[in-house]
Design a protein around this ligand. Structure first.
Ligand code: AMP
Length: 456
């Protein structure tokens, strides 16, 4: 799937190519054609899924290809994006400015905590696009410094967060100022509780529902392996694993931009051709790193989740999670880059005690066991507690205890498995209140004591 096939106009395709976007993310693949066809959408997507482009590109295409209706008086905004925070408003504005590089779309960001003056000036000059936080937009409505009666496209970005922050009354007041007819509404939200559904029913026209990750499945031809390790020794273990096959192209995931830089430097110093891509790298640096990796000039590419979005590399044999993703769904995205087109792939995760909780979430999401394998010379000094208990609570009666030594097979023997345990509906999720204490070796059946288990 390419951006061309989604029906986007050349002026957007050109800007996307310059941004280094090669393939649409799942939410973009689903949302863009439907939004271009004028449908209202309720999209389940959180930050990092590429949601801004999913609503931004159709919105910009609409503004760029549908001339404004001729009206008397000053120019009125034609598109409105509502966001919960000023940071998100700025971020959305920047992204839309990048995508609309080859269009002339006057725009304004409207948020509180700053002076009214510059916002009033911009609005007075006239804009097509407004990106706003609800509170300050209400202030402008009250002063009549903004006229929303010409809005053709409305986006509610992170709708669940806006409601959590108590913006529902403000949103309703704003919606009441918009035209009811001939308006397209795109609602993006990580979750859909009853309040959001009610809002949608009231203000949207026959919305279609789409999801960023329709299926949390990974290809069957991928082997998943978990190596327990102390966090201080992760770098050495990574080096050890990479050295096992120094010619194999490997994508390594790190949690932070700084962490990826440090890791890349460490690997370079150890003689491994490495490049890093993350949000602080310029577009040309990112493109060059990708090109070199694809061409085999560098064997290891260290990436953060966000920077890796849209990376499309055929036949990538191995993905190593140096850090586990904070969001379990990202494991699926990461691993989706190997084992494509029927080839086999390996997903390797280096897991320290701090990562145990994240691993449990992944196991639960995938609904499958993962193989746990000690690497000789890198076995953690204190065995990892895979269960739900907080550190220091391992000895509580019924709490998780450290995996017992007798559970650990000698190196090189048949591997153990990280598994989710039996599904028990109604039981609390890990981290929540309640028992959450079934994982681990407290009690009979202790031969599973070193393995993460499902708690829900
Ligand atoms: P968002 O979820 O909209 O906040 O986007 C997350 C990050 O992914 C941003 O840095 C975007 O620039 C980037 N991004 C979005 N779509 C793509 C894509 N198709 N290819 C590459 N990067 C993307």
């Amino acid at each position: 799937m390419s951006f061309e096939t989604l029906g986007l106009a050349p002026f957007l395709l050109r800007a996307l190519a310059e941004q280094g976007y090669e393939t649409p993310t799942p939410i973009q693949e689903q949302a863009i054609p439907l939004a271009l066809a004028g449908r209202d959408l309720m999209a389940g997507a959180q930050t990092g899924t590429g949601k801004t482009a999913a609503f931004g590109l159709p919105l910009l295409q609409h503004l760029g290809t549908h001339p404004q209706a001729v009206t008397r008086g000053p120019r009125r905004p034609r598109a409105l994006v509502l966001t919960p925070t000023r940071e998100l408003a700025t971020q959305v504005h920047e992204s839309l400015r990048d995508y609309s590089k080859y269009l002339r779309i006057p725009s304004a960001t409207i948020y509180g905590g700053v002076g009214m003056g510059p916002q009033l000036d911009t609005l007075r000059r006239g804009v097509d696009l407004v990106i706003a936080c609800p509170g300050r937009l209400i202030d402008h409505l009250e002063r009549r410094s903004v006229d929303l009666s010409g809005i053709e496209v409305l986006v509610l970005d992170e709708a669940d967060r806006m409601l959590d922050m108590g913006f529902l009354p403000s949103i309703k007041r704003i919606l009441a100022k918009l035209p009811k007819q001939n308006r397209q509404t795109l609602l993006f939200s990580a979750t859909f509780d009853d309040n959001i559904k009610l809002l949608a029913r009231e203000f949207m026209h026959d919305p279609l529902e789409i999801q960023a990750t329709p299926k949390n499945t990974v290809h069957e031809n991928i082997t998943h392996r978990v190596h327990p390790v102390d966090s201080a020794r992760k770098r050495d273990l990574l080096l050890h694993l990479l050295a096992e096959d120094s010619r194999e192209q490997t994508l390594v995931f790190a949690k932070t931009k700084h962490g990826s830089d440090k890791l890349a430097l460490f690997l370079e110093k150890a003689g491994i051709q490495t490049a890093a891509i993350h949000g602080n790298k310029s577009q040309s640096q990112r493109l060059r790193a990708l090109r070199d990796f694809k061409a085999g000039k560098v064997t290891v590419l260290v990436a953060t989740d966000i920077a890796a979005r849209g990376i499309d590399i055929d036949q990538l044999p191995k993905v190593i999670n140096f850090d586990l993703p904070m969001v379990a769904e990202d494991y699926v995205h990461r691993i989706g880059r190997t084992g494509r087109n029927g080839s086999t792939g390996q997903a390797v995760s280096l897991v320290s005690q701090e990562d145990a909780k994240l691993l449990r979430a992944i196991v639960r999401l995938l609904d499958r066991d993962l193989e746990i394998k000690d690497v000789p010379g890198f076995v953690p000094q204190t065995p990892i507690r895979w269960g739900n208990s907080a550190p220091g609570r391992a000895d509580l009666p019924g709490g998780e205890r450290p995996p017992r030594r007798h559970d650990r097979r000698p190196h090189g023997e048949a591997p153990r498995r990280a598994h989710a345990g039996p599904r028990q509906h109604g039981a609390p999720r890990p981290g929540g209140s309640g028992n959450g204490r079934r994982a681990g070796g407290g009690g009979a059946g202790g031969q599973r004591s070193s393995q993460p288990r499902r708690a829900d």
